[in-house]
Design a protein around this ligand. Structure first.
Ligand code: GLC
Ligand code: CA
Length: 581
């Protein structure tokens, strides 16, 4: 055989190996714990009061000890930082505030040594207005980049919004306040922006935009990223005819009319792009993952983002229905978990309770009295259902929302324009609390951190919680370990139990390998609840049980499923032997 023939044979073998790669069942992200890092606020390594990539690298051992499989890093590309990185001026570099490409490569390499993969945030809907493409586009309507953005001549009109006798073409509003249209005198046109006016929307009807953005994704795939979290992905397309959106009545926190956003979000055209993107990303080895920021109205819409029965779109569109329902309600949780289990054509659900855009879950679901127990219940749901788990930094500590109390302290622009109704997102973006040291909780040597460290850092921090067996941190660690080690939690089916109970959420995970089943029971009410489980419908006759994890001392020695009394807001996770035949 000559050299070429040998090479060909190797190539064929390799293609075959990929073609025969185990089905999704063993795909890494199916069992993963994903962890969002807001790089500004994780760890400052150079004393400027702003977190950075080398800071993340320095904390990889912590992430590994927690049991994290992959980190998603919010945008760390060059940016004017109007929207703290979500306004990107160069997609193929690192903002000097956060480090360099070399630092990035080192983070990926060090992560690999610890089996911690790196997923990047990809902002495809818009660029910064300081991106060269937009600077070109806004300079002249004959510039080749002009049609890369969404422009309109507007319509004849007068009033405060009028320019040269023209007003915006329709009633669309920016999610961040005001008209979604901004006038550019040089081209005598308005451009469209779903978010800040410094974030002009790209025109995805122009194939050159898709080509350019796919190329930037390739740039990072070639640098070995494990996949992408696609920012605001349902917003890529707008109604071609620019028709008015229907008014829903009333106004939002920014004082704008509430509109049904059906002409600026979740348009069917987006799915063609996602299918091509999936094909492109799948051509890389190593099960790269496509995660979507998908706020959608219901499970049927969510299913479309997987590609429905074809499953040829996103691997993990986020299920925001459960984690942002904002009410501790056993019945509602049961329904949503069950829907994700049964109405997604068998695709893998991705639950999430926290991110950098929302008040922390402990405050949204907490009743102000039992918040610690309630957060523990959310962690149980996140880590013991069939879902891939997505966490946000500080969630594992029970960090609370630290919303600014004075408008002059606000950094997030929507908090400035919307004050006091909308106070912005600073509260969930405060620095990670590592220890009780007076060096800004271990976050930075600089006393002037970009957002202040909340005063509760002396007790809510990694170092203190690591030593406390009852802490949130140890709760999350134990759940993650169980999820990894127990076949029932790794691969077992899920069946809801006691389904008419309005106060207690209970379910069983049933492995197919004969190892013990796992029963989960969460009392979401303020009164004790006595339960007796009958698992016969799942093929389990025995009632012998053993406690695996609980935050109620009186439940630490449960022996039978016959009669279990859960104190208010208690969690109980137990294993159940299958009866001998
Ligand atoms: C997403 C991000 C948010 C950002 C917006 C615009 O919702 O999570 O932080 O402001 O997109 O990019
Ligand atoms: Ca820094």
């Amino acid at each position: 055989m000559n050299f070429k023939a040998i090479l060909l044979a190797i190539c064929l073998l390799l293609t075959r190996a990929y073609a025969q790669a185990p089905a999704t069942d063993e795909t890494w992200w199916k069992h993963a714990v994903l962890y969002e890092i807001y790089p500004r606020s994780y760890q400052d390594s150079n004393g400027d009061g702003i977190g950075d990539l080398n800071g993340i690298t320095a904390r990889l051992d912590y992430l590994k000890s927690l049991g994290v499989d992959a980190i998603w890093i919010s945008p760390m590309y060059p940016s004017p930082q109007v929207d703290f990185g979500y306004d990107i001026s160069n997609y193929e570099a690192v903002d000097p505030q956060y480090g360099s490409l070399k630092d990035f490569d080192r983070l990926v390499a060090e992560g690999k040594k610890r089996n911690v993969r790196v997923v990047l945030d990809m902002v495809l809907n818009h660029t910064s207005d300081k991106h060269q493409w937009f600077i070109d586009a806004a300079s002249s309507s004959t510039n080749p980049h002009h049609d890369w953005y969404v422009w309109s001549d507007g319509k004849p009109g007068s009033g405060p919004e009028a320019h040269e006798g023209r007003v915006p073409p329709n009633n669309w509003v920016s999610l961040f306040g005001g008209s979604a249209w901004e006038w550019v005198p040089a081209v005598h046109q308005f451009y469209y922006h779903k978010f800040y006016k410094q974030q002009p929307d790209l025109n995805w009807r122009n194939p050159a935009v898709e080509e350019a953005m796919f190329n930037t994704m390739r740039f990072w795939l070639d640098r070995d990223v494990a996949g992408f979290r696609l920012d605001a992905i349902p917003t890529l397309f707008e109604d071609k005819q620019l028709r008015d959106e229907r008014s829903l009545g009333g106004t939002n926190a920014q004082g704008d009319p509430n509109l049904d956003d059906s002409l600026t979000s979740n348009l069917p055209e987006v799915h063609d792009v996602i299918r091509r993107m999936r094909a492109m990303v799948s051509s890389y080895p190593g099960d790269r993952v496509l995660i979507g920021e998908t706020y959608l109205p219901n499970t049927a819409e969510l299913d479309k983002w997987y590609g429905g029965a074809k499953k040829d779109e996103l691997n993990l569109p986020m299920d925001m229905l459960l984690g942002f329902s904002n009410k501790l309600d056993a019945g509602a949780f049961r329904k949503l978990i069950d829907e994700a289990d049964t109405q997604l054509h068998g695709s893998q659900p991705l639950f999430v309770f926290d991110n950098h855009d929302n008040i922390r879950s402990i405050d949204r679901y907490g009743d102000g009295v039992h918040n610690q127990q309630i957060l523990k219940q959310l962690a149980v749901i996140l880590l013991t259902t069939r879902s891939t788990a997505l966490m946000y930094q500080g969630e594992e500590l029970g960090m609370v929302t630290a919303t600014p109390t004075r408008v002059e302290d606000v950094k997030d622009p929507i908090g400035i324009t919307g004050w006091p109704k909308e106070k912005g997102r600073d509260g969930e973006r405060t620095p990670m609390q590592w220890d009780a040291s007076n060096l800004q909780a271990g976050f930075s040597t600089n006393p002037h951190t970009w957002l202040p460290v909340p005063a509760n850092y002396t007790t809510i921090n990694v170092m203190a919680e690591a030593k406390d067996p009852g802490s949130q941190l140890n709760w999350y660690k134990q759940l993650i370990r169980m999820r990894r080690e127990l076949p029932a939690l790794r691969n077992g089916g899920l069946a809801m139990l006691d389904t008419a109970n309005p106060s207690v959420l209970s379910y069983v995970r049933t492995p197919s390998d004969g190892s013990p089943a796992v029963v989960v029971s969460l009392n979401m009410s303020g009164t004790p609840q006595t339960l007796s489980f009958d698992l016969r419908s799942t093929g389990i006759k025995d009632k012998t049980a053993k406690t695996l994890l609980t935050d109620a001392p009186e439940l630490s020695n449960v022996h039978s499923l016959h009669s279990i009394t859960l104190p208010p807001f208690a969690s109980w996770v137990g294993s159940v032997q299958y009866a001998a035949p």
